[in-house]
Design a binder for this molecule. Sequence first.
Ligand SMILES: Cc1cc2nc3c(=O)[nH]c(=O)nc-3n(C[C@H](O)[C@H](O)[C@H](O)COP(=O)(O)OP(=O)(O)OC[C@H]3O[C@@H](n4cnc5c(N)ncnc54)[C@H](O)[C@@H]3O)c2cc1C
Length: 316
Amino acid sequence: MKILIISNVLNNTINSSLYNLLGATKELISTTDSTCDILLLGYNILDVIKEIKHLKIINNLLIIDNLKIRDLVVENIAKQLSDIVKEYSHVLINSDSFGKNLLPRIAGILDIGQISDVVKIISPNIFRRYTYAGNILTEVESLHDINLLTIRSNNFNSYKEYSDKEINIKQIGYNNDECHNVKFIDMKVHNDTISLNNAKVIVSGGVSLESKLNFDTLIRGLAKKLNAAVGATRTAVEAGYISNDCQIGQTGTIVSPYLYIAIGISGAVQHIAGIKDSKIVIAINKDSNAPIFEHANYGLIGDLFEIIPYLINEIK
Ligand SMILES: Cc1cc2nc3c(=O)[nH]c(=O)nc-3n(C[C@H](O)[C@H](O)[C@H](O)COP(=O)(O)OP(=O)(O)OC[C@H]3O[C@@H](n4cnc5c(N)ncnc54)[C@H](O)[C@@H]3O)c2cc1C
């Protein structure tokens, strides 16, 4: 087996999912003789690679470092990557917006199938994944020579082991395959929030917050105390309390934190589809019959406008 992990650097930071992808790789290589390379994409990334230069289990670190891919417009790089991946039996990428944008393009160019949202590796060509909005867990077998896999990285342990040996570093030139149909305009980074994809703790609010001001004060306030990411239901997004990139659920982001705190959320099936992989769910709701309690490990029945200010005040 020849494995390639594709990861990215944004704002001088390596995508932290890289270490969980290494954890997935560790599971993959436990069965047979294998080699594993990392392909890192971004601009001005030489400074950040110090962090991964001595990682165990990696043979080569391939780098494409170019201004044209600084903003990770995948359209500018998909064609070149589709040539690179042909040398590998397995290609792993995080199941975030970057991975979900890039890998299907590579699959399309190569005219092969992709296996999405892998949560467990059963064997080198059998993978476990959810379908039907998280309601059915399937095991799928890949019949392709190249297995293209988007990985729900929080489902795998992070692997960070180092050796004295330095990894081979190979710079690959960008082949200037710029896509002229797509133009980068602007990127807004939410400095105050942690990415939902890699968050260990998520504080999430529903439409019951009643206003953006309440949402910011209570949900963001509690998240800040807990160093957590902020999420919301679709109804809260539609009410304008928060932007839609924070929507969790079937038509939003699928999350898998260690702790998910659902505040004033009823627990509609479309919302639950996005939180099924959470290790622990705490629900706070004034209605003891709210469906969210069926999915919660701990439930608090009461008024969020009394409970949340109390928690914010008490948590030091
Ligand atoms: C095709 C489709 C796709 C969808 N995709 C998504 C999706 O991806 N994500 C998603 O979230 N939804 C999605 N929805 C919408 C979903 O069906 C629900 O409407 C939505 O999740 C409900 O949001 P909510 O829990 O904020 O609101 P509600 O269902 O109105 O629940 C509010 C809850 O707050 C509680 N409450 C009220 N006041 C207080 C208080 N003071 N203190 C404590 N508790 C209080 C109530 O008891 C209630 O349980 C989708 C719907 C469709 C049809």
